[in-house]
Design a protein around this ligand. Sequence first.
Ligand code: NAD
Ligand code: UDP
Length: 339
Amino acid sequence: MRVLLTGGAGYIGAHTAVELLEQGHEVVLADNYVNSSPKVVDRIEAITGHRVRAYRADVSDRAAMEALFTEQEIDAAIHFAGLKAVGESVAKPLAYYRNNLDSTLTLLEAMERHGVGRLIFSSSATVYGTPERLPLTEEQGTGVCTNPYGWTKVMIEQILRDYTAAHPEFSAVLLRYFNPVGAHRSGLIGEAPNGVPNNLMPYITQTALGKRDHLSIFGNDYDTPDGTGVRDYIHVVDLARGHAAALGYCAEHCGVEVFNLGTGRGYSVLEMAETFARVNGVAVPYVFAPRRPGDVAACYADASKARRILGWEAVLTLEDMCRDSWNWQRQNPDGYEGA
Ligand code: NAD
Ligand code: UDP
């Protein structure tokens, strides 16, 4: 298939591009590089030995999307493009609603004009809000989000349900990611946050590198085995394989389907920091700090639906995640800057 990856130069998009190219698909990528770099395209090509058709384009730009869909015969789209910093979304809600919703609507309109009927959307476990029960199954309703970023995911899921209801031949797969970490084994692509990282793994890797003094562990008084927050970390290469499986699924089914993409296993912040230090033989100094507002104690997936229906499951271990994150960070201390 020829697959459009919006936001394909981003962290998850780039790993998915590699996976799809290696499985024999063609990749067309559209990114405005607000949170990535054109260098990613060269890295994807270096890893795979295949060409990527890359467009520098804002997915909200109707004319740019029209040109892309006219030039390329797209079979399916994977919509990664979006702003994703939770804290920033609280400070700049309009920018988040504008970018995330507009890009989705513009993409859908272009797909409709060009008769493209398969879409995979990057949703998030954040749509569940505070978990009612663990592990989280897809049947649990979407909850109350604590930030505009999360609401954009809930709203886009709804837009896709409404669109599919009106177009029963359309196929939309909503993938709810848990906590993606790790990097491609080559160390050529990985997560490159701007400024001070918000997420745990890049904070750990930058601390190990000495760019940050210490890790602050947000809360050690949660109702969890060691008191620190528990999350379902998933290797980004496993996540990328999940998209390839979803692509096969949406080629053969119509309607909306939701899948959790997680491992089904939760690890605490302390386990993460200690495993990272042990596997890589580096120090990760940490201090306990107050809870971060909006955080839940624990969040992990029931990943059985994806296993049953997509035939996909995560296979890489926590050790793989820690080793590959460090390999990427060591080789690229400043991300793609200066590369
Ligand atoms: P990322 O920021 O690395 O990638 C997103 C890409 O989209 C970037 O390359 C950015 O430049 C691009 N982009 C943003 N707005 C655009 C626009 N209007 N037009 C064109 N390109 C645009 O983020 P990621 O971690 O790869 O996440 C990909 C998707 O998965 C996002 O939608 C994100 O919300 C979602 N998601 C991520 C996580 C996570 O923890 N990384 C978890 C759940 C869901
Ligand atoms: N966390 C932490 N210190 C940090 C960043 C994160 O203790 O510098 C914790 C956070 O409180 C949560 C877990 O690590 O329990 C995962 O946080 P992240 O922001 O990576 O993901 P999310 O909160 O979206 O699940």
